[in-house]
Each structure stands twice: as C-alpha cells, then as structure tokens.
Ligand binder design. Structure first.
Ligand code: PLP
Length: 388
C-alpha cells in the first residue's frame, strides 16, 4: 500500500517497542528484569481513582469541551501559579491526551515548512519526530557528559538561524535525569529573549528532584520570557497516571485556541471522568507524590552504587526524573547491539541510547522494585564482565 510520505520520515518509538518486547517475554514466563519502562511502578493513588469513580457514577461520561473541563483548566492554572509562579488563567490552558499529545498539538499549531526547532540531544524520542510530522526541521544540538548533557547559552546562540522558531527545553530530562540549575535556566532565558525565539518547557518530571535540586520554570524568569514560553506537562509521572492519558499545555490564549481547534477535529476532549481524577490529583494531598519521590530517591542511590561498581561503565549522577544514562563506549558495541545481547543473554531490558541520539549510552529506568534493581544489576555486571 502506498502510504503518505510523512510516514517514511519518522521512526517508530524504540522505547515503546523494547518495553513491549520485555512485557511479552514476561507474559511467556521468562524472568525478565526490565529497566525499560518510562513509567512509575506504583498504582495510581486511591483518592484519584475514587474521584474518577464518583465522576463516572455522576454521569461524567459524555462529550465535554474540546479544550478540557473548565474545572480542570482552572485547577491547572492555579497549580502553575502556586507551584511555578506563572500567571495563567484557565483560558491559557488546554487539557490533552497526555504530555505527548500536548507537544504534538503544539507542533501542529506552531510549526510549518521551513521552521526550525532546536532540540538539545540526548532528547526524548518523540521531539524530532513530532517536528517532522508538523513539516518542520529539527535542529539537533549535541551535548556531552562534560556539561551534564545540558545545552549551554553559547551552543543555543550558535544554533539559532532566521528560521528558528522554537527551543525544546526538558528539565528534569528524559533520558539523562539532569536538571538545569536556576542560573542555567536564567542564562538560556536571556538568549531566548534576545534572539526572539519561543521556548517550550517540558516539565513533566518537575516533581522528581533529588539532592536538593531546584526546578525553575523558565517562564518565571521574567515577563519577557514568560510571553515567549509554552509549558507542557501532565499527570503521568508525578501521580503515576500513565494510562489515564491526561496532560496539558499552558500558553498565550491565541496558541491555546489554535490547539483547541486542532484537538476539536482530531481527538475532541480527553476522557471526561479521567479529567476528574486529574482534578483530585491537583487538589488533594501531595503526600503521595512525596512518598513516590522518596522511593525513587532510594532506588537511585542503590542503582548508582551498583553501576559505579561495574568496571567499564560510567555515569553522571542524575538529580531528577527516574533514569540513569550509562556510558557504554568502552565496550565497543553499538547501543542496539548492547541492549539486544543484554536482553537475549541475561533477560535484562534497557533502552539503547541511539533512540535519544546517544549511541554510546544506554538508559536504565529505576522506576522498578529494589529486587529488580539488585538482580538486574547483578546480571548487567556478568554481561559486562563477559565482554571484557
Ligand atoms: N515528555 C517527556 C520528557 C517524557 O518522558 C514523556 C513520557 O515518557 C512525555 C513527555 C509524555 O508523557 P505522557 O504522554 O505519558 O503524559
């Protein structure tokens, strides 16, 4: 069958593919230690589930406004004000089918042929593909472990051309787990304003910070940068709501209206009763978020200690999200070869760095049990030793 040309320009999500393979192996009874999932292993907190159940019973089962339930839009605006010092109203918010969909909507509303979007690498797999789907050109800026995989203001300035429309900033980062310090955010903000570009700040991991790391939302730096900022986030990672598919975008009204029009002709509203769960997530106690963060912190310490004990592997200590990004270059294998062999020989699933434009790395998610971390790292140790 002849497919549209745009299909040929994008690659399937390697992270979803490997996670699906690991899950299928588990279903077949194979004892797999999986570090592939980009999702918390906790159940959604009870009070959130109950709010959705009540909404179901109350008949919140019908079509709603394409841009989202007014109560949820208002609750998100309130959260952005209190948590992030960003002055948005409900009309500045659109509720989307996850953070992935919010970014997709954004690219469709903002980016067209000839527009360049700057993406620091290593990057989350979907950014360049979304830009291409929208007809734009991703401009990849490579970073290294020396700058903790963060783009510097000088690198950003160099990458900007008259065609640059947007910078994608992701802190805390998937896949590296790095967090831009407030000073680093301010320095990037200065370039954004001076060069008159826009920035989308993907803040989906903002609640998962360790070792005193601080999250500064770039829009809070100044009024000038606020006007050039779009916030993308969602409920998946902080509230363990990956399957609920609720995310959001915050931006100037004109842009939100454009995304709502696109959404009105594509998905319409996000599942109505799921949105009531999201309201409970924002308005209820945040203790559940802190409890999960503390578990992740404990696992991060454990996995870092075990990785450091493996000769040949190196890793910058992450201070956000739930990933460690491990340098495998000393082994002389491509990341795909490494991950394929690791899965078939040791039943350990990891994501090859090539998916994030870093073929000499692998990504391990520690959003998994301590037992899996201990057993999986024992197997990884055997695997690496067998290669030296
Ligand atoms: N942004 C980043 C950096 C992510 O890692 C993810 C999910 O893995 C998303 C956005 C999208 O999350 P969701 O669509 O599940 O809300």
């Amino acid at each position: 069958m002849k497919l549209a040309a745009r299909v040929g320009q994008i690659t399937p999500s390697l992270t979803l593919a490997i996670d699906a393979k690991a899950k299928a192996m588990k279903r077949d009874g194979i004892d797999v230690c999986s570090f592939s999932a980009g999702e918390p292993d906790f159940d959604t907190p009870d009070h959130i589930k109950r709010a959705a159940e009540v909404a179901l019973q109350q008949g919140k089962t019908r079509y709603g406004p394409a841009a989202g339930e007014p109560l949820l839009r208002a609750a998100i605006a309130h959260k952005l004000q209190t948590d992030n010092h960003l002055s948005y109203k409900a009309e500045n918010i659109i509720v989307t089918n996850g953070g992935k969909h919010s970014l997709y909507n954004l690219m469709m509303a903002l980016i067209g042929a000839g527009d360049e979007v700057i993406i620091p690498a290593p990057f989350w797999v979907s950014y360049p593909e979304m830009v291409k789907l929208a007809g734009g050109t991703p401009v990849i800026v490579q970073t290294t472990a020396d700058s903790q995989y963060k783009i510097t203001p000088a690198q950003l300035e160099q990458a900007i051309t008259p065609q640059t429309r947007l910078l994608v900033l992701n802190s805390p980062s998937n896949p590296t787990g790095m967090v831009y310090t407030p000073d680093e955010v301010r320095a990037i903000a200065q370039v954004v304003v001076e060069k008159e570009i826009l920035v989308v700040s993907d803040e989906i991991y903002e609640k998962l910070l360790y070792d005193g790391a601080e999250h500064l939302s770039i829009g809070a730096v100044s009024r000038d940068v606020f006007d050039r900022t779009i916030i993308s986030s969602g409920f998946a990672k902080a509230y363990s709501m990956t399957g609920w598919r609720v995310g959001y975008l915050a931006a100037p009204v004109e842009l939100i209206q454009a995304t709502a029009t696109i959404q009105g002709h594509s998905t319409s509203n996000v599942c109505t009763f799921a949105q009531y769960g999201a309201i409970a997530a924002l308005e209820g106690s945040q203790d559940c978020v802190e409890q999960m963060r503390l578990s992740f912190a404990e696992r991060r310490s454990a996995i870092m200690e075990l990785i450091h004990a493996i000769p040949g592997l190196t890793c910058v200590k992450p201070n956000g999200a739930f990933y460690v990004f491990v340098n495998i270059s000393k082994l002389g294998l491509s990341s795909l070869e490494f991950c394929d062999a690791l899965l078939s020989e040791q039943n350990v699933a990891a994501i090859p760095g090539v998916a994030f434009a870093a073929d000499d790395h692998i990504r391990l998610s520690y959003a998994t049990s301590m037992t899996t971390i201990e057993r999986g790292l024992e197997r990884l140790t055997s695997f690496v030793k067998s290669r030296f």
